[in-house]
Design a protein around this ligand. Structure first.
Ligand SMILES: C[S@@+](CC[C@H](N)C(=O)[O-])C[C@H]1O[C@@H](n2cnc3c(N)ncnc32)[C@H](O)[C@@H]1O
Length: 240
């Protein structure tokens, strides 16, 4: 998979893209991330990317020209997603990550200042994604979140024994069960006995129950769409 990023702060990416699962996926050739400086696609000597908003108001708006020029020079395959990171977009979920991980090429556009001229959202980007209902100063950290969430879903990106992607919160539509490691007792806090029992069926049952209860307590909104057996649905209704 190839991921293009367009930003005025390319230097924000290298350290994060070298570490952990994403770093290894890049080194193993599973994903190629190219970070492009938006200012390379400006038409003036001062490499201007922004201008005052039409209609007045505070701050500066990122002009459409450099974004269009950058994407045209990258020439992503027709139909491939061009994502504008924006607090006004659809809230990014595991389902988006799963869909994007199927693509050969993904292009991420990072805004700054008061945001990006609307014509980028309307006529260049194929979708807008938000990382949550809050505003950060730029699209770079949101883009890194998307890169990480997508990359870890690429086959082979997450090593066996390190993590099990399929078991993660949100992958099954539920939150994951609680996790414990050694020591079995820490400062008087004991690990649930079933986890030390060696009884794999009992452990699987306990984990499933914990996952259901935790989701019901913390994120009841997720339960409606989750894949539950009829018996589990009845149990959740009784306990809810
Ligand atoms: C300060 S924000 C601009 C917010 C804009 N004035 C508004 O109210 O919608 C600057 C840039 O940060 C990025 N950004 C901010 N919050 C975001 C979020 N929740 N999700 C994705 N991108 C975000 C976007 O690229 C945005 O263009």
């Amino acid at each position: 998979m190839k991921i293009n990023v367009v930003t005025i702060f390319p230097e924000m990416f290298a350290p994060t893209l070298e570490a952990g699962v994403v770093g290894r996926a890049r080194r193993n050739g599973l994903v190629q991330v190219e970070v492009h400086d938006l200012r390379e696609h400006t038409a003036d000597k001062r490499r201007t990317v922004d201008d005052a908003p039409f209609g007045g108001g505070p701050g500066m708006v990122m002009a459409p020209g450099p974004f269009f020029a950058a994407v045209e020079s990258l020439a992503p395959p027709p139909g491939s997603p061009i994502v504008l990171l924006s607090p006004q977009g659809q809230v990014f979920t595991q389902t988006h990550a799963e869909r994007l991980a199927q693509e050969q090429t993904l292009t991420l556009l990072c805004g700054r200042y008061e945001g990006v001229d609307e014509r980028v959202a309307q006529h260049l980007a194929t979708m807008e994604l938000s990382v949550g209902d809050y505003v950060v100063s730029g699209g770079e950290i949101p883009a890194l979140l998307v890169i990480d969430a997508v990359t870890r879903l690429l086959p082979g990106a997450v090593g066996r024994g390190e993590e099990a992607v399929g078991d993660d919160s949100h992958t099954s539509g539920l939150l994951q069960h609680p996790q414990y490691t050694r020591p079995p007792e820490f400062r008087g806090y004991a690990v649930p006995e079933v986890l030390l029992s060696g009884d794999h069926a009992a452990i699987a049952r306990w984990r499933r129950e914990q996952s259901l209860r935790r989701t019901q307590q913390r994120r009841p909104d997720l339960l409606a769409a989750a894949d539950l057996t009829a018996e589990e649905r009845v149990l959740m209704r009784e306990e809810g």
